[in-house]
Design a protein around this ligand. Sequence first.
Ligand SMILES: Nc1ncnc2c1ncn2[C@@H]1O[C@H](COP(=O)(O)OP(=O)(O)OP(=O)(O)O)[C@@H](O)[C@H]1O
Ligand SMILES: [Mg+2]
Length: 349
Amino acid sequence: MSFDRELVSPDAEGDERVIEAALRPKRLGEFIGQARVREQLSLVLQSALLRARPPDHVLMSGPPGLGKTTLAMIIAAELGAPLRVTSGPALERAGDLAAILSTLSDGEVLFIDEIHRMARPAEEMLYLAMEDFRVDIVVGKGPGATAIPLDIAPFTLVGATTRAGLLPAPLRDRFGFTAHMDFYERDELEQVLRRSARLLSVDLPGEAAEEIAGRSRGTPRIANRLLRRVRDFSDVRAEGLITREIASAALNLYEVDAEGLDRLDRAVLTALLRRFGGGPVGLSTLAVAVGEEPETVEVVAEPFLVRQGLLARTPRGRVATAAAWTHFGLVPPPGAFGALDAFGAADEE
Ligand SMILES: Nc1ncnc2c1ncn2[C@@H]1O[C@H](COP(=O)(O)OP(=O)(O)OP(=O)(O)O)[C@@H](O)[C@H]1O
Ligand SMILES: [Mg+2]
């Protein structure tokens, strides 16, 4: 069993990248939500500009589609610095990274996406580069090998990861500032939608924006995608008119439910409830039950389910909460996680 994740996947694919580029805020002032991160980052950037020095290295962590790449581009724009983009999987050998580092210009911003997937030797080279703006180029092999130190231009590393827990501590420690990106509130997503609608010349009334925002899983990328599906639906079936009812009908058609749960979310929860009696069950067993990679379940589905209070990660495994039973119209068994006990108090973890 495999899911068509196109509509509700938080990952961008193919043509969508082009559309996303058009909708991407270009400056910090246009960036919606993440107020804390925005304020912290703006201080880091402004003080660097005052001192005329590259700012500390910045790490951004959080689930897909929340604006990590967007912020990396904004950092370069705010600094008026050029941006070099690469990703962890592209840095297989130390030489791949050396080739980039040795050609950076003064103050350049180097963005490494999926930095947790970088190969070990490249990672070690990066430590030295981040700390001393130096790389050791190893010439020769075996006992005769020598390391030739090479100075590189002062630069700012911006790393992005969906799995900060996988970063080795020495790498994490070398970032001066870590931005923890969190899911967006509904009113922030409404702002994202209004902005995108304006850029796409779509007439989107407030009520319809609210409806779409509520189903966007706290994720701007999904909000923008649902907006395009609603627009398609309205163009074909409603002569371009968008109302709350039309938005809702469109999204029902695409199987995104009123809480924003998509097919994978529902599959994970129903497997947990029906096959494992609500858990606890291990991540990999659960992933097999829904025919997905454990990483997909962990990175894509779980953060949102946990945030919605539908699923809990416990030391013994994944557990469905009382709210999950109720969401599917089932009666939570006695002792269900997070249920009100006889004294009316919710269980603590
Ligand atoms: N704060 C925001 N305000 C407005 N639009 C946003 C914001 N954050 C993200 N977006 C929109 O969401 C899309 C996805 O954002 P982005 O590509 O930066 O996410 P990401 O965190 O890098 O995702 P991934 O982990 O998949 O790389 C962007 O094209 C942009 O249009
Ligand atoms: Mg990205």
